[in-house]
Each structure stands twice: as C-alpha cells, then as structure tokens.
Write a protein that binds this ligand. Sequence first.
Ligand code: SF4
Length: 244
Amino acid sequence: MKFTPKEIASISQDFEKASPQEIIQWAVDEFCPNIVLSSSFQTQSLPLLDIVKEVQPEMRIFFLDTGMHFWDTLIFREHLEQIWNLNIVDLRPDEKWRTVLRHFGSDLPDTDSNLCCYIRKVQPMQKAMQGLDAWITGIRRDQTENRAHAQILEYKRDGLLRIAPLLNWTGEQASNYIAEKNLPRHPLPSSLYPSVGCKPCTRAIQPHENERAGRWAGKGKTECGLHTDMFNEDGFAKSDFTLK
Ligand code: SF4
C-alpha cells in the first residue's frame, strides 16, 4: 500500500472540500496506470466519465457485461465509446458458471438475486481488480443508506483503494452538470428511470419515489454487493444458495 490507512483517512477528510477534478487529478498522479474507473453507462454516470476523460483520456473503464442489460444501455455504451473514444473493458462472468447460467441464468434474478449479482457483477469485478491499486466509482452519499456512510477514500479488501470523487454531490448537482455541459443521455427517460441497472431488477419509479426505488424493487436489497460486505472472505454470497 502506497499510503497507510491513517494517511488515507486524513487525505480523505481534506477531500471533503475538494472538487471532483482535484480528487481525480490526485488519484491519477498517485496511481496511474494501476487505476480504473467503473461505469454502468447510465445518464448519472456521465459527469464522472466526462471529468475522468478530461484528466486522463486513456483511463480503463470497467463495464460489467452481465448479459441482463437493457438494449438501451448497450446502445448508449457503444455510442459513448465511439464519440468519446473511451477505453472500455467489458467484464463477464467466469467460465465456471457457464452451466449454471445456461440452465438457470434467466431465473436467477428472481430466485436468488444475491447469487446472481455475485456471479455477474461482484466476482468479475474482484477478479479484474487483482493487481490494481485504485478504483474510481461514481457513488454519492444521497443515493442509499449504505452510501451515506461512505468515505471519499476507503481501503477495501486486499488493499484496493476505492475513490468516490462525487460522494458529496447531490442528484441535482449531477443533473445540473449534465444540463450545463449538454452531455448525452441514456435513451430511457430519466424521469422514470433515474437509476438504471439490469433489466430484470430495474423498474420505472413513481413521481414521489427515491431515485433508486426502482432498483431491486420487492427483492429486499438496495446494493449489488460491490460497495458492501455482502460477500465473505471466500467470496460466497449471503444468499439462499449454499455451496457445501
Ligand atoms: S442486478 Fe439483477 S440481473 Fe443484474 S446481476 Fe444483480 S440480480 Fe442479476
């Protein structure tokens, strides 16, 4: 680790008043080339993508190709890759899950969404992060209860540093940035789909609902596990599916 946990806590505290550009510039200066950005390529992802490409145009961008996305998301990803010349790396489930996914893959979001997220999101991301020093993510404190307690800089398992430059932004600030810079928009209407994930786990929201109310609605979860400790040291999900 380049910085001790105490040093990271101190720098993170200083960054509470820094701009996303300043945080990203520091991250690039300290960790390039062992640093990546992850993106789900929804409209909310655009401010961070826009800032990162200005600071470091060659930054690798991890996209979780779960096989369950909306067509609109895939088209939007392609569009952005072309117009911004992005360096996107698609992450897919490990081959060892091929038989499970062939037989049960389409049912898994409903029968065991934790296992589904583990196979399609968490494990591919954990594998791709091996050997890296830092990971930039677009989470914000106003999105979920879990994220409200996050820090701008946080060490995760294996010494990977998670960097959240937009942690202090509100949804309104993100929307204003998108409008001011006239950034491209995901084809699904943002009034109905302010947060877009996999198709089986995303529904349109009602006018009075929180922006993430349409994610895993009725499934009893609010996070896929990338930003929580849903998965133990052996990598198994706290799911109904147990391996003995
Ligand atoms: S969001 Fe839904 S479909 Fe996507 S990996 Fe998680 S459970 Fe599966």
